[in-house]
Design a protein around this ligand. Structure first.
Ligand code: HEM
Length: 486
């Protein structure tokens, strides 16, 4: 008994000796929390935005917190973001991305070539290739809308707006990039969507490693089913998948990834390409439907386009400007895009802040920007930041507004839904075009309204801060029917 107590006491002392960390004068303020090893993990996971706001009140624009055995330096001054985004020598994007790949997708790529992967993506999501992707997306969206809400339908179709937006965009995106039709002649994209939603519901817990045992079993079986559904995607020229997916498959084979790893990698791409667009369209439509002035302004802009003879190609090829829509989308993303921009410190670095302060970052720690707090929700930059104002990004003459200030200085980064720098979102333009197409089709060809005219947008699921687009807690019931149905 004495020995057990002694050994336990010794283990505790050893643990503290090994993990004890104190702040040196040159480092950011350190906040370890009270729980050994876990540190602030519980509060962080429950509502990262609330937690980081509390830390900001306590320590200012830069501080280091202890979370599950790791030290994370959080930087919240947008004037200083370039010091992190621009330094890929000392700060690495790939390592943390690989940790997440392993936790969420159980994916370990043997000879991962992220630079080549990105080059392939850039080649396929810009220029002429982007135009053909936009066209394919438009065709699939139209067909799906027609199939689910036929033009002769006279009664209203009632549905949750989140499910409606996510469902249409996910299925159209899946058909466009992964070629589901030819892949799984017995499987329609709805099955992939249904499985994906189950997976998505557990995603943040997978990333944090906090799944309960029943959830872990569900996560494994859903991941397995999704991998099987995606198995043929990108394999052969006639699989109906996009040229990008073929090229990606070839890269995986070149890297020596076996069949199992290839399927998991394809699932990861499904998440990267489809996980944010649907939720973004939901928040945009939700904000429009709950702000009649905004809805009227966007509809007015769209009706001018629909009167043009070449309305469709004009919209697809961005021959027409839609500043009102663009502003409403930017405002939506300001309020609901909340990614962490995380980098691993590869070698000790002195971080030069815009206010002249300098801080030492330790090798092995992580650095995290959370633009949601600042610039996006910063009251010094945006008046009444919690409110949706569709014309916030418009000047009085109707041109796009891009000048925003903090501390008297113009901001380079006034919103950051797409990240920034070399690791910024490759699919940004495709995503914007897709959302624009979808909202245009819905608002011009269908009547869409709230089932309860006084309904408000649902609350945000606070567990999703840090993972790209936020998702709602619950849904917003809407009804929809073709515009000219008699
Ligand atoms: C509303 C929709 C979307 C949002 C808000 C969004 C946002 C983001 C963000 C915040 C990042 C990470 C930046 C960083 O960590 O520094 C990212 C990366 C990425 N996104 Fe998106 N994204 C969206 C849609 C898409 C689409 C449709 C595609 C592809 C078709 C795509 C492809 C990618 C890729 C490949 C990366 C990784 C870049 C890298 O490895 O450096 N995204 N996105």
């Amino acid at each position: 008994m004495m020995w057990t107590i002694f050994l336990f006491g010794f283990a505790v002392l050893l643990y503290f000796a090994l993990t004890h960390r104190s702040r040196s004068k040159t480092e950011p303020p350190l906040d370890k929390g009270f729980i050994p090893w876990l540190g602030h993990a519980l509060e962080f996971g429950k509502d990262a935005s609330k937690f980081l706001n509390r830390m900001k009140q306590k320590h200012g624009n830069i501080f280091t917190v202890h979370v599950v055995g790791r030290y994370v330096t959080v930087l919240l001054d947008p004037h200083s973001y370039d010091a992190v985004i621009g330094d890929s020598d000392s700060l690495d994007f790939t390592r943390y991305a690989q940790v997440l790949m392993d936790r969420i997708f159980n994916l370990q790529l043997p000879h991962h070539q992220p630079v080549k992967e990105k080059a392939i993506m850039k080649q396929h999501f810009f220029g002429m290739n982007l135009t053909s992707l936009n066209n394919a997306m438009s065709t699939h969206l139209k067909a799906l809308l027609k199939a689910e809400i036929p033009s002769n339908r006279k009664d209203w179709k009632e549905e949750g707006l989140f499910n409606l937006s996510y469902g249409f965009l996910f299925k159209a995106g899946y058909l466009t990039l992964f070629g589901g039709e030819q892949n799984n002649n017995s499987t329609d994209p709805s099955s992939v969507y249904e499985e994906y939603r189950k997976f998505d519901g557990l995603l943040t817990k997978m990333a944090r490693g906090t799944l309960k045992s029943a959830e872990r079993r569900t996560a494994h079986s859903v991941r397995h089913r999704l991998c099987e559904l995606l198995a043929p995607a990108g394999l052969s020229e006639d699989s109906g998948s996009s040229p990008w997916l073929h090229a990606y498959r070839r890269l995986l084979q070149e890297e020596g990834a076996d069949e199992e790893m290839q399927k998991k990698a394809i699932l990861m791409q499904l998440w990267a390409t489809q996980g944010n667009v649907g939720p973004a369209a939901f928040w945009l439509l939700g904000h429009l439907l709950t702000h009649p002035d905004a809805l009227t302004a966007v509809k007015r802009e769209f009706s001018r386009i629909s009167q043009m003879e070449t309305s469709e190609t004009a919209l697809l090829d961005r021959l027409v400007n839609t500043p009102v829509f663009d502003s409403a989308l930017e405002e939506t993303l300001r309020l609901t895009a909340a990614p962490f921009i995380t980098r691993e410190v590869l070698k000790e670095k002195t971080l030069h802040m815009a206010d002249g302060q300098e801080y030492l970052l330790r090798k092995g720690d992580r650095v995290c920007l959370f633009p949601f707090i600042s610039p996006q929700m910063d009251p010094e930059i945006y008046h009444e930041p919690q409110k949706f104002k569709y014309n916030r990004f418009l000047n009085e003459d109707g041109s796009p507004k891009i000048d925003f200030y903090k501390g008297g200085r113009q901001l380079k980064y006034y919103t950051m839904p797409w990240g920034a720098g070399t690791n910024g979102c490759v699919g940004k333009q495709f995503a914007i075009n897709t959302i624009r197409q979808f909202v245009y089709m819905l608002l011009t060809n269908y009547d869409l309204e709230l089932c309860d005219p006084n309904a408000q947008l649902p609350e945000v699921n606070t567990g999703r801060y840090g993972f790209g687009m936020l998702q709602p807690e619950g849904d917003l019931l809407v009804r929809c029917k073709p515009r000219n149905a008699l």
